[in-house]
Write a protein that binds this ligand. Structure first.
Ligand code: CO
Length: 139
């Protein structure tokens, strides 16, 4: 399997609005569209474009959000995950599992409307890693 494009860096935040204000104040950066709920992941999401990638701001959605625990340990928020693209999500899952890296759950709908899964940070050098199928059309 070939390492694909870095699609985005996930940044957990207690407030997407406050983070957007910070990116606007320090970088003059604007959000890529409005924030939206992603119930399958238990998060509310908003993207900020960079010239070669994106920052994915993620805020907890619902009481069981996996981001809630992260924010308990990191109250200011912080870098949460990195996301690489692959051409075929099911093929990628099979490769990771065959090589002994734990895949967290079944592929599910991600923020770009394609299937994603996460690889356990303990099998990825401490980095929670999202694997995402490359969108078929420009987004
Ligand atoms: Co992500």
């Amino acid at each position: 399997m070939k390492l694909g494009r870095l699609n985005h860096v996930g940044v957990a935040t207690p407030s997407i609005e406050d983070s957007l204000a910070l990116y606007a104040r320090l970088f003059g950066a604007q959000p890529h569209g409005s924030a939206f709920d992603l119930p399958a992941q238990g998060v509310r999401v908003c993207f900020v474009d960079t010239p070669n990638s994106q920052i994915e701001l993620i805020e907890p959605l619902g009481p069981d959000s996996p981001v809630r625990k992260f924010l308990e340990k990191n109250p200011l928020g912080g870098q949460h995950h990195v996301c690489f693209e692959v051409p075929d999500i099911h093929a990628a899952k099979a490769v990771f599992e065959a090589k002994g890296a734990r895949v967290l759950g079944e592929p599910r709908l991600g923020a770009h409307g394609t299937l994603v899964f996460f690889v356990h940070p303990k099998d990825m050098g401490g980095v929670l890693t999202e694997i995402m199928e490359t969108p078929k059309q420009a987004h």
